[in-house]
Design a protein around this ligand. Structure first.
Ligand code: NAD
Length: 486
């Protein structure tokens, strides 16, 4: 199968510093189309000296440029122009993202790019409505709290939703007056690079810079740089540890949006049709590669066989294939090594005593792309490796439970704590389970509705800090308490 490419990418790609191509200096990295395995571009890595130039450009724009000093209204206008630019180029950005990730084109257009644009209008509205603090001490002093931008923000994004995730960080950092150096994943630089290029049109020079390359080279140089004032990271838990240690050396604040192994709890009182739709979406959307996947499906023992049977039947009928086709439901995985890692978990499941209910195979009939069949396994216990490790693919792990307390105990028995889903039409059950769950975001009878005003982030190995309205305001600003006699 030789699927048509959604768009032609630039032959060669690099970073962008103060609006000009970066000096690069590192190795060449091939960029692939996951649906065909064809190389579609070449990335020039930015070495430490290129990263230094990018941070210095952001530093100059922060220390002497207009952006941090702009009034709120003027900044809101620029953010709204960013929104308009993204909407005007949504088709192109979605196609580049599809070419680079294999994510479904229709989803990229309908959700990711709409969200990317909304991130800017959301923060424009937020800063327009932000309120201040004033405290009247006794009768003779008044204390107010002012907020300053923090400075140069290092924004590091993963490959599973590159534009949607990077744009959240960029919009939030800019809204509060910071300047930025963005580093997308070396696997998926195409659409983020174009986004940064497009936004130059409306931003002062040096406010938004881009570096590209491997995490251990470009990313490590960025987080270790003394000119960086904060680090916002989304990615894997082990990478998060490395980045936090490096940022710790410079004593700069970090947010860490990390991995998950989230529970999707299907109780006896659930509406099974809705729960089934939610469970399928929870594990197979975004080609199965999402931090908030409901990857451990915990089902009350009395309905386990029925629910799992229906899930397997639906999974086997999912249309896998061309990510640009309107009726495709599951595209390829992001890379060949990632596909092999995901499939390797089927053997691990069997070795731990679990059974594979469906999938666990490459879809070689679809050509050289990185396609796998939607997979479901029944684990032996929550200690199994498929129940404890983030697999990050279309791979559901089922486990039964007998009581609400047991469901909560299993759900919490993991190093992670990003999200959890609960399906129940019984309010006391919902209350008991949501009270007990230790995860940052809980969805009851609904899959994955994200409210940008609310905090998003995880407990434990799923992260440190939160993203979202007020959480971003606190992270991207320094607070200054000023007391004045009357
Ligand atoms: P990753 O950790 O391998 O890479 C993420 C980014 O960090 C990339 O840009 C990479 O180049 C960079 N990086 C790697 N090592 C670095 C280092 N030492 N210093 C600086 N930068 C470095 O993650 P990934 O494989 O790209 O993404 C998948 C992971 O992201 C999954 O674990 C997923 O759960 C997580 N994720 C979390 C959220 C969330 O909001 N919690 C959202 C999406 C993805």
């Amino acid at each position: 199968m030789n699927y048509k490419h959604p768009i032609t990418a630039p032959e060669r790609l690099g970073g962008l510093v103060a609006g000009a191509p970066s000096s690069g200096g590192g190795i060449d990295i091939p960029v692939w189309y996951p649906a065909t395995g064809a190389q579609v571009s070449t990335l020039t890595e930015d070495d430490a000296s290129a990263v230094d130039k990018a941070v210095n450009a952001a530093r100059r724009a922060f220390d002497g440029g207009p952006w941090p000093r702009l009034g709120v209204e003027a900044r809101m206008q620029v953010l709204r122009r960013c929104q308009a630019i993204i909407l005007a180029h949504a088709d192109e950005l979605a196609r580049l993202e599809c070419l680079n990730t294999g994510l479904l084109l229709r989803e990229l257009k309908a959700r990711h790019m709409v969200r990317a644009a909304y991130n800017f209008s959301f923060f424009a509205d937020y800063i327009g409505q932000a309120t201040g603090q004033r405290y009247d001490q006794a009768t003779d002093y008044v204390t107010t709290v002012a907020r300053d931008p923090v400075g140069v923000a290092a924004l590091i994004a993963p490959w599973n939703a590159p534009v949607a995730l990077a744009s959240m960080k960029i919009a939030a950092a800019l809204a509060f007056g910071n300047t930025c150096v963005v580093k997308p994943s070396e696997q998926t630089p195409l659409a983020v690079a174009r986004l940064v290029e497009l936004l130059q049109e409306t931003l002062p020079e040096g406010v938004l810079n881009l570096v590209n390359g491997r995490g251990t080279v470009t990313g490590a140089a960025l987080v270790a740089h003394k000119g960086v004032d904060l680090v916002s990271f989304t990615g894997g838990t082990e990478t998060g540890r490395a980045i936090m240690s490096a940022a710790g050396q410079n004593l700069v604040p970090c947010t860490m949006e990390l991995g998950g192994k989230s529970a999707n709890i299907i109780t006896e009182s659930a509406d099974l049709d809705r729960a089934l739709d939610g469970a399928l979406l929870g594990i197979f959307s975004n080609n199965g590669q999402q931090c908030l996947a409901g990857s451990r499906i915990l089902v009350h023992r009395s309905i386990m066989d029925e629910f799992m049977g229906r899930f397997v039947e639906r999974a086997e009928h999912l249309r896998v294939g061309d990510p640009t086709a309107d009726d495709t439901e599951l595209g390829p995985l992001a890379s060949a090594p990632h596909r092999d890692r995901v499939l390797g978990f089927a053997d691990i499941a069997r070795a731990d005593g679990g059974s594979v209910m469906t999938g666990a195979a490459r879809r070689e009939d679809l050509g050289r792309g990185y396609f796998v069949a939607p997979t479901a396994v029944r684990a032996c216990s929550n200690a199994d490796r498929v129940a404890q490790n983030e697999i990050f693919g279309p791979f559901a792990t089922f486990l039964p439970f007998d009581t609400n307390d047991e469901a909560v105990a299993i759900a919490n028995d993991t190093a992670f704590g990003l999200v959890a889903y609960v399906w129940s039409d019984d309010l006391p059950t919902v209350m008991q389970i949501t009270d007990g769950l230790r995860a940052g975001v809980l969805w009851v009878n609904t899959p994955m509705m994200r409210e940008l005003r609310a905090p998003f982030g995880g407990y434990g190995a799923s992260g440190v800090g939160r993203e979202g309205g007020a959480a971003c305001e606190n992270f991207y600003t320094e607070q200054k308490t000023i007391t004045i006699p009357r």
